[in-house]
Design a protein around this ligand. Sequence first.
Ligand code: SAH
Length: 248
Amino acid sequence: MVVRIKIIWFFICISIPSLGIEQVLAEDFVRLREEMVQEIGHDLRETVAQTHVSDLSEQVKKALLAVPRHEFVPERLKDKAYENRPLPIGYGQTISQPFIVALMTELLKLKPNDKVLEIGTGSGYQAAVLAEIVDQVYTIEIIPELGEHAAERFERLGYANIKTRIGDGYYGWEEAAPFDAIIVTAAASHIPPPLVQQLKPGGRMIIPVGSQFMTQFLVLVEKDQRGEIVAEQIVPVKFVPLTRATEK
Ligand code: SAH
C-alpha cells in the first residue's frame, strides 16, 4: 500500500511540468515585458524636454522585449521583475529601474558592431540588454559574489558576447580598450579619467555623477574626433555609489 502511494505521488510530481505550468508562466512574462515596454515609452515621452529621447528606438525596444528580466532578480521577487522600479539584488545593491536602463541605453546611440564597457555588472541585466544590441560587451563588478552570479547567468542564458571581470571599474579595462561606448551604473563623485581615456574618439559615455545623499545627475560625456570632451547633465537620478577598492 505504502509503495503504491509513493508510486502515485511520483507520477503526480513528474507530470506537473507536462501540465504546461511553465509554458503559461513564460507567456505571462512575454505579456509583462510588452507592458513594461509600453510604460517606458510613456515615461520617455513625459521626460523628453530633459532627455531629448522622445521614444524607444526599435533596437532598444527589441532588446527590452528579448531579455528575461525575471531571470536577473532574486527568486522571491520574480513576480515584480517587470514593474518599472529598481529591486534589491543582495549585498546592498539594486537592479536599475527599467526606464533608467532604457534611457541610458538610448543615450549611448549604439551601433551593432560597437564594443561597450559597463562598470557595475550587478545582476547583469543592463549588460544583457546591451548584448542584444552590440557585438561585444565588457562588464566589471567589484563585489565578487555578484560578478560570479552574473557570469553564471550569462552562460546559462547564452550571452556568449559578454566578458566579465571582478575588480574596481574606476580603472576601466585597459587591454580591451578603446570602447565605442561606456556605461557606469553606480554613482561616481567625478568622471573617472581612466574611463575618459578608454573612450574612442566619437565615443559616448553615460554616468551618474554625485554623492550618495545628494542629488546625482546622469551625465552624458562625448569625446569628439579630436579627443575633446563635452559633458552634459541630463536628468536627476538615484544610484548606489561607485565604491573604490581601497574603501573595502
Ligand atoms: N547594471 C546593474 C546595476 C547594478 S547596481 C544591473 O543591471 O543590475 C551598481 C553595481 O555597481 C553594484 O553591483 C555595485 O557593486 C557595482 N559597483 C560599485 N562600485 C564599483 C566599482 N568601483 N567597480 C565595479 N563595480 C562597482
